[in-house]
Write a protein that binds this ligand. Structure first.
Ligand code: C2O
Ligand code: CU
Length: 492
């Protein structure tokens, strides 16, 4: 059922061109969502090696990262020129234990300035890698990030300047912090999900801020650990842990393994109080989830992890399901299945909040000036979306004033007709309600989907780290076009 690559590609290009023509003929919101190119499954290094620890001290992890342009193979015989950490896609996985000091010696060998943000890691504000606390690291310059990692969980890193372009070009990597009570599993692998928008030569297609503003830049090639349709070998009978990270600019991954149940054990902020069985898992940009799978089934059986159709607005729900990666049993006799753990540490519910805030996510259409329109911008009929929070368009925002150690309740009100993935830096929160309904589990998160025209409430304790913190939509085109704000947390 997999179509040959070249034929599939022609179809995809045709679909793309059709959508573009549609826009020129009067689709005012400029929505263009390409179809995914189907690629045959192939063996690759399913999970690249972790970054070597350069410091022999037991509680210190030192990693060298260099951002640079490199040619990267993303499918057999398909090489793209990407922006990378250390020449690889994803960047090296950073591995540490909760409580460790992590030191990252970073060199910027890109043609422009950048920073690194440690998404989900509760670092001191000065190490958060956002322009509010650090002027971008210029081309050719080095900078050392150093911080303690307080929590176990699955995190990731990426730039926080011109992120819609720098992340799409390939700048991202996994950051895994292990605790004392990790479940015993046969494997523990990280899967960084992404999609790229490529042209007929498999090079990144042009960045077109106007065309890609509305739903974000959604790609036509899906990558799992930097490879299109890789094969993950799994020992039959084993209990396999997959830590998923959604590093895509805009794509929502609604993950399922048809014919198999999934056991979710963790969210953005580490392990749940207890495993829970799910049929599928929605992972919005920026979000993570830890899942266990029992490899029951026949020798040499193959199973396709699939991203199911999901409607986040503007026609995104019309695209078919897409294959993400293949899981393949070996031919050996099954091994004894390790027991699935029944419980992890309890998560105490945050107490009632003493401060309430309303955060309104908004979108409007405005006449696009020449600066946004590269090649499209001169006609007066060119309207482009503007994204804002509480009426303010980043960077022209008034920081919200807050006090350290306060428990706050935020109501994120999505006033728009499409979903937005909301992310708060520096702290972890507990969702209280989604459209009025309480969630079924207590969990730590830093990223959460806010469905179209719905409200999500969460509680957050502003613990440990004073300073300036960002919050924003993690559809990176939306963040960079204004859907981003600042929280100023001061000691009492
Ligand atoms: Cu993943 Cu503000 O970032
Ligand atoms: Cu958004």
């Amino acid at each position: 059922m997999t179509r040959p690559l070249h034929l599939a590609f022609v179809t995809a290009v045709a679909a793309l061109t059709g959508a573009c023509n549609g826009m020129d003929m009067g689709n005012m919101d400029g929505t263009m969502i390409p179809e995914v190119i189907e690629v045959d499954a192939s063996e690759g290094p399913f999970e690249p090696n972790a970054a070597p620890d350069l410091d022999p001290a037991p509680n210190v992890v030192e990693v060298a990262l260099e951002a640079k342009v490199a040619d990267v193979e993303i499918a057999p015989g398909r090489t793209a020129s990407m922006w990378t950490y250390n020449g690889q896609l994803p960047g090296p996985r950073i591995e540490a234990r909760a409580g460790d000091t992590v030191r990252v010696r970073f060199k910027n060998s890109l043609p422009e300035a950048t920073t690194i943000h440690w998404h989900g890691v509760r670092v001191p504000a000065a190490m958060d890698g956002v322009p509010a606390v650090q002027s971008p690291i210029a081309a050719g310059v080095e900078f050392t990030y150093e911080f303690v990692v307080p929590d176990a969980g699955t995190f990731w890193y990426h730039p926080h300047v011109r992120s819609e372009e720098q992340v799409e070009r390939g700048l991202y990597g996994a950051f895994v912090v292990r605790g004392d009570a990790e479940p015993a599993t046969t494997t523990d692998r990280t899967v960084v999900l992404d999609d790229l928008l490529v042209d007929s030569n498999w090079q990144l297609s042009d960045f077109d801020p106007m065309m890609q503003a509305m739903v974000g830049r959604q790609g036509n090639v899906i990558l799992a650990n930097g490879w299109a349709h890789p094969i993950a070998g799994v020992a039959r009978g084993g209990l396999h842990r997959f830590r998923f990270i959604n590093a895509a600019n805009a794509r929502y991954f609604r993950l399922a393994l048809p014919g198999h149940g999934l056991i979710q054990i963790g969210t953005d902020g580490g392990l749940l109080p207890a495993p829970r069985e799910v049929d599928e898992l929605l992972l919005v940009p920026g979000e993570r989830a830890d899942v266990l799978v029992v490899a029951s089934g026949d020798a040499n059986e193959t199973m396709e992890w699939t991203s199911l159709r999901y409607d986040r607005g503007h026609g995104t729900g019309e695209l078919p399901d897409a294959i993400v990666f293949q899981m393949k049993h070996g031919s050996d006799a099954p091994i004894a299945t390790p027991a699935t753990p029944s419980a992890f540490a309890a998560i105490a519910e945050l107490p009632a909040a003493t401060v309430q805030r309303e955060i309104k996510l908004e979108e409007s259409m405005a006449m696009s000036g020449g600066e946004h329109g590269a090649g499209h911008g001169s006609s007066t009929t060119d309207m482009a979306p503007v994204f804002s929070i509480n009426g303010e368009v980043f960077p022209d925002v008034t920081p919200l004033a807050a006090t350290l150690e306060t428990v706050e309740e935020w109501s994120i009100v999505n006033t728009t007709e499409m979903d937005h993935p909301f992310h708060l830096h520096g702290f972890r929160f507990q969702v209280v309600s989604v459209d009025g309904a309480a969630p079924s589990v207590v969990a730590w998160r830093d990223s959460i989907n806010i469905p179209a025209e719905k409200t999500v409430k969460f509680r957050v304790r502003l613990e440990d780290n004073p300073g300036t913190w960002m919050f924003h939509c993690h559809i990176l085109e939306h963040a960079e076009r204004g859907m981003m704000g600042e929280l100023e947390v001061a000691a009492p």
